[in-house]
Design a protein around this ligand. Structure first.
Ligand code: G6P
Length: 616
């Protein structure tokens, strides 16, 4: 979604801001803009913004754009269409104030009406513009107080960065529900909504909390808390983040998604490292902050997430139920909050999110906590909003994930759930022998993921054939059903083909009517207690001329399918049956990837989608 960058220092701001915006492109956006404060005492504010890509803005940037203080933004349209006028930054009437903003101002309509009545000419359709005017009209003395005064009028969520020509040595930022990170350099300071825009310059950062403001100047930063319409300083220490800047470069890969898929074996090793206990066949999850007695007291597990995180949450709930014999289910976080859910004290709520920013998941977490529920997080981004809002959790250690389509984070979510289910199981009825069996299975798993990835060349042609279809089914049963759902999600996200997931058992109750040679079915058929029934359903599809791609195990006999049937078989290595779902998922990533590639799509930036959806 929207991205923010800011800079104060001795270098020219514009090239740095544009570079930073380029690093945020993956978040999804439809317009971009920057503003800088020109040199000299009578500082002038210069601004350029445009619908389209950051490179369009770069190409059309005016020659005279000098300034060592600046802010930049990539916008995802919420209030008003994606056009040049609605792009950020937004200025006040005099052109002294520039504001870039992530989030949504809920009372924007009332504030717009009030400003119009006061004679202000609003030039955009956005909620953000009101902030620029409120700050410009404030009579408070300092920029920090002006911003605080404006924010006192505002309801909603924001991460914002403000320039003011009369305070030309600084950028003032504020946060409420939308991330902002300060990057500390040597006589220069940065600010961004995402680490990705900072790590090339610094790995020393300070996080802002909700309700806080900060000022950055070339020499340092000060954080404040809003109180009684003014501000008071609050101390903040910087921390060193442990990220490899190379994680934000696609390197020799044609896309981040490709790079991140191939990183899965090492990412999987990281999430397991130090957490497996071979001797007692269990896992150690210190971050959960729950002892055996707490774990035993849990009577139900409820998983909440959105998109792929929701589907892997369904795999996770299945694992918990199977290994720990605790009733468990997953629900889309976006729905949960609105149905006035019953929050039970002995339920463990698990919020799952790569970014830790997804607003629907965050708001669900807050609702649970408001009602006294216990919620832990399975989150990739350390220190993110969801991670901080949860009482404990399991960090996924997948490393930065840039592509919209989640691959390595998703695999690590599955493994995180396995670790959780193992620990919950071992304080209950899961035997030490079964615990050891699963620990050994987990240890084999990263290598098996690598084996599946090595089969990539064989998947290019079948993927291209699937891409020719307008509509596809993805089917699976029980453990295989969430795999099919995630497979369909990935396929539709990046190939834009209609891909629908079904339980294989439900095919004959409806979708079979649609099967013909133009509608392929991707079937997940593990070697398990349901193999025969799954194979039976494949015969029904083949008999109607439906092309099949079957993701399965070498041990599975598909029987005598009609000789003219179009069947492509993908065998993946077997692990323990509980752990097989993730190995069956990986080929579906590769199929989606190569389908999208054969269609010539921009894989890392699928249309209409964003990496983290921070507005409702
Ligand atoms: C967006 C993306 C999905 C992703 C979902 C959840 O909708 O398009 O691919 O699965 O957000 O993201 P999260 O960061 O919470 O895992």
């Amino acid at each position: 979604m929207c991205g923010i960058v800011g800079y104060v220092g001795s270098q020219q701001a514009a090239p740095l801001l544009l570079e930073g915006l380029g690093r945020l492109e993956h978040r999804g956006y439809d317009s971009a803009g920057i503003a800088v404060l020109g040199p000299g005492k009578e500082s002038r504010l210069r601004m350029a913004k445009k619908a389209g890509r950051v490179r369009d803005l770069t190409e059309e940037l005016p020659k005279r754009f000098a300034g060592r203080v600046g802010v930049g933004h990539t916008r995802w349209a919420t209030h008003g269409p994606a056009n040049d006028l609605n792009a950020h930054p937004h200025l006040d009437t005099k052109g002294d104030v520039a504001v870039v903003h992530n989030g949504i101002i809920d009372n924007a309509a009332a504030l717009r009406a009030e400003l119009t009545d006061a004679g202000v000419d609003l030039v955009s359709d956005t909620d953000t513009e009101v902030l620029a005017h409120l700050i410009g009209r404030s009579e408070a003395e300092t920029l920090e107080e002006k911003v605080a005064e404006a924010l006192a009028r505002v309801e909603g969520t924001y991460g914002l960065a403000v320039l003011h020509a009369a305070f030309a040595d600084r950028v003032v930022v504020a946060r409420n529900g939308s991330p902002l990170i300060i990057g500390i350099g040597d006589h220069e300071m940065f600010v961004a909504s995402d680490l990705a825009a900072l790590v090339r310059y610094t790995t020393r950062v300070a996080h802002l909390d909700d309700g806080e403001l900060a000022t950055i100047t070339a020499e340092g930063f000060t954080t404040y808390r809003r109180d009684h319409g003014g501000v008071s300083a609050v101390p903040r220490t910087a921390t060193e983040v442990d990220v490899d800047p190379a994680a934000y470069d696609a390197g020799e890969h044609e896309s981040f998604m490709h790079k991140e898929m191939l990183e899965q074996p090492e990412a999987a090793e990281r999430v397991l490292r130090g957490r497996l206990d071979e001797r007692f066949g269990t896992s150690h999850l210190g971050g959960l902050e729950m002892d055996a007695r707490d774990l035993r007291a849990i009577r139900r597990v409820k998983v909440l997430g959105c998109g792929s995180a929701y589907y892997v949450g369904q795999m996770g709930a299945g694992l918990v139920e199977e290994l720990a014999r605790i009733p468990a289910d997953a629900e889309a976080a976006s729905e949960f909050r609105y149905r006035n859910p019953i929050i039970e004290p002995d339920t463990l709520y698990v919020a799952v999110s790569q970014s830790g920013e997804t607003i629907d998941t965050l708001l669900a977490v807050q609702e649970i906590r408001r009602k006294g529920g216990r919620v832990v997080g399975l989150v990739n981004v350390v220190g993110s909003a969801i991670a901080r809002e949860c009482e404990g959790g399991i960090y996924l250690h997948a490393g930065p994930e840039v592509a919209v389509a989640s691959t390595k984070a998703l695999t690590n979510m599955f493994l995180g759930f396995t670790l959780l289910a193992l620990q919950l199981g071992r304080v209950r009825d899961l035997s030490i022998a079964d615990g050891r069996r699963l620990v050994a299975g987990l240890q084999r798993l990263p290598g098996q993921v690598a084996e599946v990835l090595a089969g990539e060349p064989d998947l290019v042609a079948p993927a291209a054939r699937l891409a020719e279809a307008e509509s596809l089914f993805f089917v699976g049963r029980v453990r295989g059903y969430p795999v099919a759902r995630e497979g369909a999600q990935k396929f539709k996200e990046i190939s834009y083909r209609h891909a629908e997931a079904y339980q294989t058992s439900e095919l004959k109750h409806g979708p079979l009517a649609l099967i013909d040679p133009r509608v392929p079915t991707v079937a997940v058929v593990p070697h398990d207690e349901l193999t025969d029934r799954n194979v039976g359903a494949l015969h029904e599809v083949a008999a109607r001329g439906g092309p099949l791609v079957v993701v399965t195990h070498a041990e599975v006999d598909l029987g005598d399918l009609p000789s003219q049937a179009s069947v492509h078989r993908i065998d993946v290595p077997r692990n323990e049956r509980e752990l097989d779902p993730i190995l069956l998922t990986v080929p579906l990533q590769l199929l989606a990837y190569h389908a999208a590639q054969s269609l010539g799509h921009d894989i890392d930036k699928p249309r209409n989608l964003a990496k983290s959806v921070t507005v409702e």
